[in-house]
Write a protein of this length. Structure first.
Length: 209
């Protein structure tokens, strides 16, 4: 999930922007926060700096101050503090509330859930439900194609047999995604009810996966 070019950085830019909406930070701090919040993505050092350049170019973030921090050899390096602009906050909120892409629905939902606030929970439940519906539709279409292939199946057709093996793998992939989405949705619905009953209180986390 590392950031690459502007056209293919997925939603990495939005992760950095989301962190800036929470708190002003310099690039070093943003790299640390990315590692803490999204450790499984294995972001490389310097990821935040690449994202910040794009965000500033697009008017979604801006530099607000400069300072110095300790560097190697006792020297102090100049650092720039960034924050999200009003346009950046608006862009991030629209991204948070938008339907997720399918795939990679799981990775994008991880990011959105990690950055959501209690007020985002109703929309997060709807986003998960939409993704669940899309995945279910794709699985149903795949099942229909598999059924048709099996009816036309010829035992001496090697390519058809290999296509069936691949298709059954796709079938298992969509089934696992749907099950995961269902578990996430149920947990978010429980959390939503819990927040409405006792705002700001802690809820015991159960395993989702």
């Amino acid at each position: 999930m590392a950031l690459t070019s502007r056209g293919s950085d997925g939603f990495g830019r939005e992760l950095v922007l989301g962190l800036l909406t929470e708190q002003r930070s310099n690039c070093y701090q943003l790299d640390r926060r990315l590692a803490e919040r999204f450790g499984s993505a294995c972001y490389a050092e310097g990821t935040a700096r690449q994202a910040i350049k794009r965000l500033v170019d697009d008017g979604l973030a801006c530099a607000v101050s400069e300072g110095r921090m300790a560097a190697g050899g006792g020297l102090r390096a100049r650092v720039t503090i960034y924050e999200a602009t009003p346009a950046g906050v608006d862009h991030f909120q629209k991204w948070m509330w938008a339907s997720v892409s399918t795939p990679p629905v799981r990775e994008e939902l991880h990011a959105k859930i990690a950055l959501c606030s209690p007020t985002d929970l109703p929309r997060m439940v709807a986003v998960v439900r939409e993704a669940e519906s899309v995945c279910t539709g794709k699985l149903q279409s795949l099942n229909l194609r598999l059924r048709a292939r099996r009816l036309d199946f010829e035992h001496d057709d090697f390519r058809t047999r290999m296509d069936l093996v691949v298709s059954t793998g796709d079938q298992a992939w969509w089934e696992s995604r749907i099950k995961w989405l269902q578990r996430v949705r149920v947990y978010l619905e429980d959390e939503w009810r819990h927040q409405e009953a006792e705002p700001g209180s802690r809820m015991v986390l159960r395993r989702i996966g």
